[in-house]
Design a protein around this ligand. Structure first.
Ligand code: PMV
Length: 341
């Protein structure tokens, strides 16, 4: 089954007739504490393992979508943070986006104007594709007034970027593997736990777009790393630990399981062919600083995605100490006032 067939199945009773001039939607970004790395179906972005993330509250993408009335220019208009993006400026990004938009056109020759404001560095492993595809399908849903439930939006966002399936809720979200061949049950599920003291720190060490997409990197890892076959076992263990830590609000356990999961993912990439190394010298320096701080008694952990930047995990009580060590840190309180949206 291909993407178009899945979309057709999901939208069989919904028309592609715009009900609003423009659709808009905001989606928070999310950071995986237990990572998604490897697909069992590359067309539908169906994962080999489940994954579990924390949402980034006000950090994310606000997207509006409308149809271009004047059809003299047979192409979509894509504007990111006020800048027009063309095939010449970013080929892979634009082609992926156009292929995704093809699934939702009222006619094959109707084009979209997509305008997005993202308040995170784009393409640097800070989950901008997650919030980007989630906000996009949310805006399309609003344009056509489909009123789809969040779990269906999650399924449709996954077709654009796997991690986008987790961007429709605040707090902890598990993207379940599912068993259906067409992926109908491979969607995000929000967890009820509220942890107001938890803090995420974004440490941007290099905001340049990553040289290798996560899409390519995870496929190379799956196909060539001799350790990939161990990944599902290691991952299941980390996920169990992490869920238990969240249930018991056990920060040390949460930090240990998250950091270990990220390090295992990056270690595996290093054994792929050709080898993949997102880590830079600055990343390693900070890792050592974190481990030294921990040895000195500070409960501080990190996780790392497909880029050199680190995301720090800590508790509210240690903010001043951590700010002193990392003055450039962007600190996020994912459970603002303890309320889930
Ligand atoms: O959804 P993608 O294709 O951008 O892949 C995301 C991969 C990681 O960020 C490294 C892990 C994750 O679960 O978000």
């Amino acid at each position: 089954m291909d993407k178009a067939a899945v979309v057709q199945k999901v939208l069989k009773e919904h028309s592609k007739k715009p009900q609003n001039e423009q659709g808009t939607f905001f989606a928070s970004s999310n950071i995986a504490l237990c990572k998604y790395w490897g697909k069992r179906n590359t067309e539908l972005n169906l994962p080999i393992t489940a994954s579990l993330s924390i949402s980034l509250g006000t950090f994310g993408a606000e997207t509006s979508v409308s149809l271009i009335k004047d059809n003299k220019k047979p192409m979509d208009d894509i504007i990111v943070n006020g800048q027009k993006i063309t095939i010449d400026s970013d080929k892979t990004f634009v082609l992926n986006l156009i292929n995704y938009l093809n699934l939702f056109r009222p006619t094959p020759t109707t084009y979209f104007r997509v305008e997005t404001e993202v308040n995170l560095p784009i393409g640097a492993g800070l989950a901008s594709s997650a919030c980007g595809y989630a906000a996009l399908i949310g805006a399309i849903n609003d344009l056509y007034d489909w009123q789809l439930p969040l779990s269906t939006l999650s399924l449709l966002a996954r077709l654009g970027s796997g991690s986008a399936s987790r961007s429709f809720w605040q707090g902890f979200v598990e993207w379940q593997i599912g068993t259906a061949e067409d992926g109908m049950d491979s969607v995000g599920v929000s967890m009820p736990q509220i942890w107001p003291e938890l803090r995420i720190g974004l440490l941007i060490l290099n905001s340049a777009p990553k040289p290798l997409s996560s899409r390519k990197a995870m496929e190379t890892t799956k196909l060539t790393s001799p350790f990939y076959r161990e990944w599902p076992k290691k991952h299941a263990h980390d996920l169990t630990r992490l869920k238990q830590a969240i249930n018991q609000y056990d920060f040390i356990e949460l930090g240990e399981a998250s950091e270990s999961n990220a390090l295992a993912m990056h270690a595996m990439m290093l054994t792929a062919y050709p080898p993949i190394l997102y880590t830079e010298a600055k990343t390693i320096t900070v890792m050592h600083e974190i481990w030294r701080a921990r040895q000195a008694g500070l409960p501080l952990y990190f996780t790392q995605d497909a880029g050199p930047n680190l995301k720090l995990l800590f508790l509210e009580k240690d903010i001043e100490n951590i700010r002193r060590r990392f003055p450039a840190l962007i600190i996020i309180a994912p459970f603002k006032k303890g309320v889930l949206k």
